[in-house]
Design a protein around this ligand. Structure first.
Ligand SMILES: [Fe+2]
Ligand SMILES: [Fe+2]
Length: 288
């Protein structure tokens, strides 16, 4: 087993893009092409982001003083990007009809999980973060490769998910690089086992929880519990297969010496990056 010697390419930077999105369509319900199932799943994911991404921030921030140079810069960018993601998803989540959907119940379930994850100390938080970042990077990659996922979606909400997918791709290795750096005294086998065992657990918990939250949202749309679970499972595992479309990327994690940039998928999101860079460029020019 070999330790990874790789890291984020020198020319990948992680600039925060402070953009406010028009996600008002979340108020009206089924913003994903009128599809209650797809809407419920992406809303369930969105509900996990504010608290989840704050956990990622704190996990990485804890080790901030141990890194230097380019990685320290990337950590700064990572924290800023995740803070803005958290803010924008919080904004969207606030617009979901709370009279109709059990949003408060789901938020409480998420808070309980995050509180538990935080209670396990900084290293376990960091390892959970790198595993979940792999998951988000995998979903972002699936989104970029299969843009039909968002066919007929409300343009404002679609744009927000596209921006999030692009930045998740950009910073996909930051927490991982921090992990590699701060565990440099560990044996490669210890590092391998810790990250793969955690990934196996997180994969089970994350997919189970998202299925549960999305099913609760669908039940509020009139689905029976059984039909809700069946519809959600079909969407995430079969068609379109949000969690399975990119199985190769997911499985790469279990390769000894894996690094998130082994798969250089920058070209996939280059157009999106140019679009959002251009969005913030005039403001940046104005502040110089
Ligand atoms: Fe994010
Ligand atoms: Fe992220």
């Amino acid at each position: 087993m070999t330790a990874t010697a790789k890291s984020t390419p020198a020319d990948v930077s992680v600039p925060p893009r402070d953009i406010h999105f028009d996600v008002d369509a979340a108020k009206q319900g089924h913003w994903l092409g009128g599809d209650p199932v797809g809407t419920a799943i992406f809303n369930a994911l969105s509900l996990t982001f504010p608290d989840g991404e704050r956990l990622f921030i704190d996990a990485v921030r804890h080790y901030r003083n141990e890194v230097s140079g380019k990685l320290a810069e990337d950590v700064k960018g990572f924290i800023a990007q995740e803070a803005i993601h958290s803010r924008e998803h919080h904004h969207l989540n606030q617009l979901i009809d709370r009279e109709r959907y059990p949003v408060a119940t789901i938020e409480q379930l998420i808070r309980d999980r995050v509180t538990f994850a935080r209670s396990r100390g900084p290293m376990r938080m960091l390892i959970a973060t790198i595993a979940l970042e792999h998951f988000t990077a995998m979903m972002a990659d699936a989104h970029a490769r299969h843009q039909d996922l968002f066919d007929n979606a409300d343009p404002g909400i679609e744009r927000m998910w596209r921006w999030h997918a692009m930045e998740e791709t950009e910073h996909k290795a930051v927490a991982y690089d921090v992990f590699i750096h701060v565990t440099r005294d560990w044996s490669p086998i210890k590092r391998y086992l810790r990250r793969t065992i955690t990934m196996a657990m997180i994969s089970y918990l994350f997919t189970r929880n998202i299925t549960h939250y999305a099913s609760l949202l669908l039940e509020a749309d009139g689905y029976s519990r059984k039909d809700a679970i069946k519809a959600v499972k079909r969407y995430v595992w079969k068609t379109p297969g949000l969690f399975t479309r990119n199985a190769k990327t997911y499985l790469a994690w279990y390769r000894p010496g894996f690094h998130p940039w082994d798969e250089d998928n920058r070209a996939l999101v280059a157009t999106w990056k140019a679009e959002f860079d251009a969005d913030v460029a005039p403001r940046e020019a104005a502040t110089v």
